[in-house]
Design a protein around this ligand. Structure first.
Ligand SMILES: [Zn+2]
Length: 238
């Protein structure tokens, strides 16, 4: 039996706590009717946190993943945790400190794609660092120059907003998909675009800060060659 979880983190990435109802649960984890927990994807780790149960106890959530069927999100519990019964009303609480750092770093990588020219072949976001692989055959990148330009943009600030386009429009505007290796999910009719005013516009389903001024200063820690054509640019919070 499949369940569909409403993705509240898409509508508001700043929700730290919110009620939900258990649809199903087993020894692996819990499926809720709606969630503020981001499910791992697009290079961003899944959220951690807890579910407060009606008796006041807390059920730790150690990771969040997409389920076996489309639309299903599984909140992973620690080994040996007793699964709550379907219909149980819970209060979700994400580890906000961790998530906010992931949001800041994820949004920072969007800004990085405006500083480094070239298609993105992959990347990952962590709590204190992040990296992108750019497809730049033989091109030399100057670490200090990228760091300076990136920090200039971050210090200036810019609003981050989302908008939606139809799949046909997205196919007609390939520049909206910068990450060649991670195509946005098609077949749902609409694709979410992330706009950083005057800096970047691309398809993305992750969680982001509302203004890039919230990211703070960063360091470009490393530029490495990965294979024939990839240049890996690594970033960390200063
Ligand atoms: Zn994003």
């Amino acid at each position: 039996m499949s369940h569909s979880t409403r993705e509240l983190f898409r509508e508001d990435a700043y929700l730290k706590t919110h009620p939900a109802t258990v649809l199903a649960a087993d020894e692996r984890g819990v499926i809720l009717d709606q969630t503020i927990f981001y499910a791992m994807g697009g290079g961003q780790p899944g959220d951690t946190g807890m579910l407060r149960l009606p008796d006041g106890s807390a059920l730790a959530i150690v990771d969040t993943r997409r389920g076996a069927t489309a639309g299903e999100i599984l909140h992973l519990t620690a080994r040996g945790a007793a699964p709550p019964a379907p219909g149980t009303a819970v209060t979700m609480e994400i580890d906000w400190q961790r998530r906010h750092r992931l949001m800041r770093m994820h949004t920072c990588l969007h800004v990085l794609t405006a500083v480094v020219p070239g298609p993105v072949n992959g990347g990952s976001v962590r709590e204190d660092s992040g990296r992108l692989d750019f497809d730049l055959q033989g091109e030399r990148l100057d670490r200090a120059e990228i760091e300076t330009r990136l920090n200039e943009l971050l210090a200036r600030g810019a609003a981050v907003t989302t908008e939606w386009v139809g799949e046909e429009e997205l196919l007609a505007r390939p520049e909206l998909v910068k990450t060649m290796s991670v195509k946005p999910p098609m077949g749902f009719g609409k694709i979410r675009l992330l706009r950083i005013a005057g800096i970047d516009l691309q398809a993305c389903g992750g969680t982001h800060v509302a203004d890039i001024a919230e990211i703070g200063p960063v360091l470009v820690t490393r530029i490495e060659s990965k294979g024939k054509q990839n240049r890996r640019v690594s970033v960390a919070f200063a």
